[in-house]
Write a protein that binds this ligand. Structure first.
Ligand code: SF4
Ligand code: SF4
Length: 303
C-alpha cells in the first residue's frame, strides 16, 4: 500500500504525522528487542519527497549508507558545426535555449532534458551532457527503510529528483507500506509525489488558512488524480469549524484528531517524534492505518 502524506499548507504537522505513522506500523506486532535488527525485513518504506527541504531524517535519524547523484541530460553545442540558425531555440518550449547573433545560450535550470533540441538541430551540432541537480540518500531508521532526495541550491526543478527517488526505491516494492512525505503546496512536486499512490492523507489545521489549502489539495488529489483522500486535523480545538463543515459537505472522512498539546510542540522542537514522546498515540496511529486499509479494501483494490 502506498500512502502519500500531504498538507497544502506548510507547518501543519505533516511530517509529525507521517513519521509517527511509519513508526507505529513498523513496530506493529514486533517485539521491542527485534525492532532494531529488523533492517533487512523492513515492512515500511519512508520516502521524504520534500526535496527542497527534507526534514524527516531529523526525526527518524536514519543511518544513510547509499548516495547517488540525480541529473538530467542537457544540450551541449559544438560551435564549429553550429550555423546559429536558431532552430534549437524555436523548438524548446521551456525557453531553455536562446540564439543571439553568433551565440547559443543554454539555461540549465530551465532545461527539462526532453532532447528536442538535439533531435531538431539540422547540423547535428548538439550532444548531451549530464547536469547534476541533486542527490539521493538512503539507509535504515531502525525497522524502517528510508530514503530522501536533496535538490541542489539554485535548482528550480524538484520533479526529476522526486521521480528518481521513487523509481530507485521501487514505490511498488515488497514493503508492506510505503509512505511518501510530500512537500507543502499543490504544485508539480506534490503531484509527482502523489502519482501512483493508493491513498492521500491530508494533514490540516482547523483555521481559515488550513481550510483554504485543504480545498486546493483535495482538488489535486481527489478531483484531478482521482485518489481517495482522508484528513487528519492537527491542533484540533483551535480555530473554527470550517474544516469540519467542509469535510462533512464533501464526504471526506476525518480519520484522526490531534489536539494542541505543548508536549508535542516541545518534542518536535527537540527532534523527537510524537509516538516517542507520547507512546499512547501508537494505537491511535495504528487505528489510522487500519481505517485507511479499510477504505481501500471497501472501495478499490489495494496494491
Ligand atoms: S539548431 Fe543546431 S545549428 Fe541551429 S543554432 Fe541550434 S545548435 Fe546551432
Ligand atoms: S533538452 Fe528540451 S528543454 Fe532542454 S534545452 Fe533542449 S529542447 Fe529545451
Amino acid at each position: 500500500m502506498i500512502i502519500a502524506v500531504a498538507s497544502g499548507k506548510g507547518g501543519t504537522g505533516k511530517t509529525t504525522v507521517a513519521t509517527s505513522l511509519a513508526l507505529a506500523i513498523a513496530a506493529d506486532g514486533q517485539p521491542e528487542t527485534d525492532r532494531a535488527q529488523a533492517a533487512d525485513s523492513a515492512s515500511v518504506l519512508y520516502l521524504d519527497c520534500d526535496v527542497e527541504e527534507p526534514n524527516a531524517a531529523l526525526f527518524l535519524n536514519p543511518v544513510l549508507e547509499h548516495r547517488e547523484q540525480v541529473g538530467i541530460l542537457i544540450p551541449r553545442v559544438d560551435h564549429d558545426r553550429c550555423t546559429y540558425c536558431g532552430r534549437c531555440a524555436e523548438v524548446c518550449v521551456w525557453h531553455a535555449m536562446a540564439v543571439v547573433g553568433r551565440k547559443v545560450l543554454i539555461f540549465p535550470e530551465l532545461c527539462h532534458g526532453c532532447g528536442s533540441c538535439t533531435l531538431n538541430c539540422p547540423e547535428g551540432a548538439i550532444d548531451e551532457v549530464v547536469h547534476v541537480m541533486g542527490m539521493l540518500e538512503s539507509g535504515r531508521a531502525g525497522p524502517i527503510a528510508f530514503g530522501h532526495g536533496i535538490l541542489n541550491v539554485g535548482e528550480a526543478m524538484a520533479v526529476p529528483v522526486i521521480r528518481q527517488l521513487k523509481e530507485s526505491h521501487g514505490a511498488k516494492s515488497d514493503h508492506r507500506v510505503t509512505l511518501l512525505d510530500a512537500s507543502p503546496g499543490t504544485s508539480c512536486p506534490v503531484v509527482e509525489t502523489m502519482r501512483g499512490a493508493d491513498f492521500v492523507l491530508l494533514v490540516t489545521e482547523p483555521t481559515p488558512f488550513g481550510l483554504h489549502d485543504l480545498r486546493l489539495t483535495v482538488q489535486v488529489a481527489r478531483d484531478e488524480l482521482n485518489l481517495p483522500v482522508g484528513v487528519v486535523i492537527n491542533r484540533d480545538g483551535v480555530g473554527d469549524m470550517g474544516v469540519e463543515s467542509y469535510c462533512a459537505a464533501e464526504g471526506i472522512p476525518i480519520l484522526m484528531r490531534i489536539p494542541l498539546d505543548r508536549r508535542i510542540a516541545r518534542a518536535i522542537s527537540e527532534g523527537k517524534t510524537l509516538v516517542e514522546v507520547l507512546p499512547e498515540y501508537r494505537p491511535r496511529f495504528l487505528d489510522l492505518y487500519a481505517q485507511i486499509a479499510g477504505i481501500l479494501a471497501s472501495g478499490r483494490e489495494v496494491r
